[in-house]
Each structure stands twice: as structure tokens, then as C-alpha cells.
Design a protein. Structure first.
Length: 255
């Protein structure tokens, strides 16, 4: 059962909140579920903890998107973190999440967190700061997030990156369009010297199909995956055939 408890339109998108049985409150943007209270921690822990575990000293973090505060909340748990810049295009998302999801937006009260209400692509070009970890916590591709899924955006990440910066890109929505998936993966491999993929798995209801979110992790310098994180990098599902093939091809090229 799903009950709508909030709806509004910002300059960028439709924002809705539903109350769902067994899942609690859920945020929807342009009719696409972003997270539920029941399992948002699974997503935010995975997208944050993996890159912060891989980088030896993740002091300065950039989050593109992340207006719900979940990624910032998880990053703050890392003892190395000194600053987190959150670049969110839609201030309405932040304000609405502050009202309905304070357990996530509480991260914005920490003095180490700064919010910039700006287009992510423009932020990259105008910033004079270099980050240790960049997390692109975008929605699935739509009119608002489209610029965050192209080769030009991946190239522009160099403006805020060091040689060993770890970059994470969320691109699960690309799996619903084979052409987009091919273009996205190809662009990632063209731009970055080292690429791997990991995923977050959700088990919502007994007997229901598992749900996943897929991420690319990229850098211009080689990186190693800690043993306690390796489970996130395993792809055994036919749904991920393209990624499995890409990974095999890259392993062959390394030999």
C-alpha cells in the first residue's frame, strides 16, 4: 500500500513523498523512487564506505547530488574526513528532506559540511579545490541529471581531481537502455585509466526479487580493493552481463 503524503514541483523536477507499508517514507523525484527509510542506509553506506575505504586518507570529499544528506552522513563517520562539499542543484530537495528525513539531513548541521546550490557541471568548472574522493550521487538519467552521464562530464571531473582521487558514479538507470549503457561504460573507460564496478543489494520482502544499484569506481591511478569490500565487486547475475564482459576484457588486457 502506498499513500502520498507530499507533492510539489520545483524548477527542476516533481518531488513526492509516499508512505509505504513496511518501507516507511519514500522520496520520489520525477516519479522514480530514490530511497525508502527502510533501506536507505544500505545504499548510502555502500556508495560512501567503498571509496573511503579504498583511498588511504580521504580528507576532502565532494558529493554531486546528495541533497538528502545520506552520503554526507556516512562520510562523516570516517575519521580522516575534514571537509565535505555537497553540490545539489535543487534547494527544494534539501528543504523537503530536512522536514521529512531529519535522520539523514542531520549531516548538514556538521560544520565540516558545506552545501552549494549549483549545477554539478558548472561547479566542476568553477571550483578551485581538489578532492580526495568525488561521489556522484545522481538520480537515474532524466532532464535534470542527463548532463551527469556523458563523456564531457567525466572529463570535467579532472578539474577537481588529484592523480589519486577516487571517483564513484551511480548509473543503475542506464541498464534500462542498452545504447545508453554502452555509451556510459565506453565513456568511463575512455576517460579514466583504472575502472571497476561494485553494487549495492537490497532485500526488501521475503520472496520478492532482490534489487540492486550499480556504481563505477574510477581513478587515474591504480587502486586496490580491501578484502572486507570485495563482496561488493562480485557480479554473478545475467542482468550484469555487459559489466561482466567488460571486466573480463580488462583483465585480459592487463595480462
Amino acid at each position: 500500500m502506498k499513500i502520498k503524503i507530499f507533492e510539489s514541483y520545483s524548477a527542476y523536477q516533481k518531488i513526492q513523498i509516499f508512505q509505504k507499508e513496511n518501507l516507511g517514507k519514500c522520496l520520489y523525484l520525477n516519479n522514480i523512487e530514490q530511497f525508502s527509510e527502510f533501506d536507505e542506509n544500505e545504499y548510502h553506506e555502500t556508495i560512501s564506505n567503498v571509496p573511503l575505504a579504498i583511498h588511504p586518507k580521504p580528507k576532502h570529499i565532494l558529493v554531486i547530488g546528495g541533497g538528502d544528506g545520506g552520503v554526507a552522513r556516512e562520510c562523516l563517520k570516517n575519521s580522516h574526513v575534514e571537509s565535505i562539499d555537497v553540490c545539489e542543484i535543487d534547494k527544494n530537495v534539501v528543504d523537503i528532506c530536512k522536514e521529512h528525513f531529519p535522520q539523514m539531513t542531520c549531516s548538514f548541521e556538521d560544520p565540516r559540511v558545506n552545501i552549494f546550490y549549483e549545477d554539478g557541471s558548472l561547479f566542476l568548472k568553477n571550483s578551485n579545490k581538489k578532492y580526495d574522493v568525488v561521489i556522484v550521487d545522481s538520480t537515474d538519467p532524466d532532464d535534470t541529471s542527463e548532463p551527469l552521464f556523458g563523456k564531457k562530464f567525466y572529463q570535467d571531473l579532472s578539474f577537481v581531481s588529484k592523480e589519486n582521487t577516487i571517483i564513484v558514479l551511480q548509473f543503475e538507470g542506464c541498464f534500462f537502455n542498452n545504447k545508453r549503457l554502452d555509451q556510459t561504460i565506453s565513456s568511463i573507460y575512455e576517460v579514466f585509466n583504472y575502472v571497476d564496478f561494485f553494487r549495492c543489494e537490497y532485500k526488501r520482502n521475503e520472496g520478492a526479487k532482490d534489487e540492486y544499484t550499480t556504481f563505477a569506481i574510477c581513478s587515474q591511478s591504480n587502486f586496490s580493493i580491501p578484502k572486507n569490500m570485495q563482496e561488493f565487486f562480485k557480479f554473478n547475475n545475467k542482468y550484469y552481463k555487459k559489466i561482466i564482459n567488460f571486466k573480463k576484457r580488462m583483465e585480459w588486457l592487463k595480462k
